[in-house]
Design a protein around this ligand. Structure first.
Ligand code: FAD
Length: 559
């Protein structure tokens, strides 16, 4: 089947739905393609909240400075300014759409403190903020008449004469491939957390949107900047929200010491995430961990605060490690959480591939630089989702619809048939995926060095060769997850390759990139972005882009 729309959004998380809503408001015919039902997108897992300088005594400049300092001065300051200036109006709009944000005793919107922020400016709904925003947005897109192709899995973008004109997607319930043409495509396909293990991300966060855009010719930027969250639950890697520390929880080592006093004496547990993760890894390496973990202690917050403000993580700790946060500290360790880098865009969401926009975690505007502050990602999805929706709707007014693309559809049909027809060789997507993700954690995690990264590149080339031979066990057409999982591993390998090459290239330590062989930040040589561009049949090309500095000159970063 071939379908035509004006604006096609890939992904129905917060960025995708916000983009779709805005494009529809601007009069475009809009559709969304999503591999899961919209409200199962990973945005629904966001717990802690969303930042905005909305309160008395706060200012967008203060929010911008915290964000830039948090980024270790790698964020583009013009983009950060846009995000922080526009944040308050976006929060108010969501409140008007029906999100029931927490209100304080005076009946006003209340905030909680978050890491790296000089003011408490995180707005929240208990510890289910993402879900509250997502369901509200879903109502809105249904009302606006946006067409949703749910459980449709995008396999490739369709590029014609140097412009993105749609995509090919697998309708999972029938196994049929379709060509969905559009005058503009917005890539809002979310993060790549599962390229690492452990990860806080949902199993669906496999970096499809990075790989699809990259293969189509759009460069990726800042890919070495991978955020490890300091408090993921031992065993499962589930996120224990920063909201816990925002409410006052402590981090303890095996000696019962609040060790952050030695690493970030002013901000303690509320230092930025890269700082806390490194401190934990150091404590564990120096023998002050407990079975590879440290402890998150909420006992002094009392049952009332825990049950009212942190109910979800209280329940998770009970269910998954059998501990009651009211009475027991819980074991946590750093786990992969967020990708700061992504498809390079400007502040309207435009990528360097004509007709392709990107927004949300998959995009790199760049507002997070070397390290994202907690609660700035939901904000990024909303501000730049809206902006890409608006810009794409304006762009399509001057563009005629494509009449072609059947060749791309046929090529994808042949590719799927070949994959399904391959004989079983013993190589499975599941084994490759686990090997890839544990290898990435080992060699490209919180601490990195030349030897480990070179080993990672070597291992990746072996994994890629094995990937070419994997067989899909299930040969049927209907809801063939063995097939989609296999395709996901292909996307993950491309993402991993871009991350490792960029991490090898950056010979300094900045934000989440901690090189033990280059322990210092080096502004003279490395105050610049690394871009990576895909080249068919050749090694990818690395290039640089300057960091935009407006009013905040780089300084030493301490908390
Ligand atoms: C556990 C957890 C807690 C978090 N808490 C917070 C928080 O409190 N505050 C904060 O600011 N940030 C938080 N974050 C980060 C934030 O939630 C995410 O960065 C953000 O929600 C990403 O939104 P998105 O719209 O870009 O992508 P997602 O919500 O991940 O949506 C991606 C969409 O793309 C679709 N898709 C992907 N691949 C394909 C394909 N091949 N074909 C079709 N569709 C596809 C999916 O179906 C999905 O609809 C948290 C993240 C996690 C994992």
């Amino acid at each position: 089947m071939t379908i035509d729309h004006d604006v096609l959004v890939l992904g129905a998380g917060l960025a995708g739905m916000r983009a779709a809503l805005e494009a529809a408001r601007e009069g475009a015919d809009v559709a969304i393609v999503t591999k899961v039902h919209p409200i199962r997108s990973h945005s629904s897992a966001a717990q802690g909240g969303i930042n905005a300088a909305l309160g008395e005594g706060d200012s967008w400049e203060s929010h911008a400075f915290d964000t830039i300092k948090g980024s270790d001065y790698l964020a583009d300051q013009d983009a950060v300014e846009v995000m922080c200036r526009e944040a308050p109006a976006d929060i108010v709009e969501f409140e008007h759409m029906g999100v029931i944000f927490y209100r304080n005793e005076d009946g006003k919107l209340g905030t909680r403190a978050f890491g790296g922020a000089s003011q408490a400016r995180t707005y929240f709904v208990g510890d289910i903020t993402g879900q509250a925003l997502l369901v509200t947005l879903y109502d809105q897109i249904l009302k606006a008449g946006v067409k949703v192709y749910e459980e449709w899995f995008a396999t490739t973008l369709y590029v014609e004469n140097g412009a993105c004109r749609g995509l090919v997607a697998l309708e999972m319930i029938t196994g049929e491939l379709h060509l969905v043409r559009a005058k503009a495509v917005i890539d809002a396909a979310g993060g790549l957390g599962r390229v690492f293990e452990p990860s806080t991300n949902a199993l669906i966060c496999t970096g499809d949107g990075y790989a699809l855009a990259y293969r189509a010719g759009a460069p990726l930027m800042d890919m070495e900047m991978v955020q490890y969250h300091p408090t993921t639950l031992a065993g499962s890697g589930f996120l224990m929200s920063e909201a816990a520390r925002g409410e006052g929880a402590y981090l303890l080592n095996s000696e019962g010491e609040r060790f952050m006093k030695r690493y970030a004496p002013n901000k303690m547990e509320l230092a930025a995430r890269d700082v806390c993760s490194r401190s934990e890894v150091t404590e564990i390496a120096e023998g002050r961990g407990i079975d590879g973990n440290v402890l998150l202690d909420c006992r002094h917050l009392g049952a009332d605060v825990i049950l009212k403000k942190l109910p979800q993580i209280h329940e998770m700790a009970l269910d998954y490690v059998g501990l009651d946060m009211i009475k027991d500290p819980i074991p946590v360790r750093p786990g992969m959480h967020y990708q700061m880098g992504g498809v390079k865009t400007d502040a309207t969401g435009a990528t360097r591939l004509q007709g392709l926009y990107a927004a949300g975690e998959v995009a790199c505007v760049s507002v997070h630089g070397g390290n994202r502050l907690g609660a700035n990602s939901l904000l990024d999805t909303i501000v730049f989702g809206r902006r890409s929706g608006k810009a794409s709707a304006a762009y399509v007014k001057g563009v005629a619809g494509s009449r072609g693309g059947e060749n791309v559809l046929h090529a994808e049909q042949a590719r799927m048939q070949e994959l399904l027809a391959r004989p079983y060789t013993g190589e499975t997507h599941a084994r490759l995926r686990l090997e890839l993700a544990t290898m990435m954690d080992k060699h490209c995690g919180v601490y990195r060095n030349e030897a480990g990264l070179t080993e990672a590149l070597k291992r990746l080339s072996g994994l890629k060769a094995r990937y070419e031979k994997i067989a899909v066990g299930d040969k049927s057409r209907i809801f063939n997850q063995a097939l989609t999982f296999a395709l996901e591993v292909g996307f993950m390998l491309d993402c991993a390759d871009a991350i490792v090459r960029s991490a090898l290239e950056r010979k300094e330590s900045r934000g989440a990139q901690s090189r033990t062989d280059y322990p210092e930040r080096n502004d003279a040589e490395w105050l610049k972005h690394i871009l990576i561009t895909y080249r068919t049949g050749k090694e990818p090309e690395l290039s640089y882009a300057p960091v935009t500095i407006t009013q905040w000159k780089p300084e030493a970063r301490s908390y």
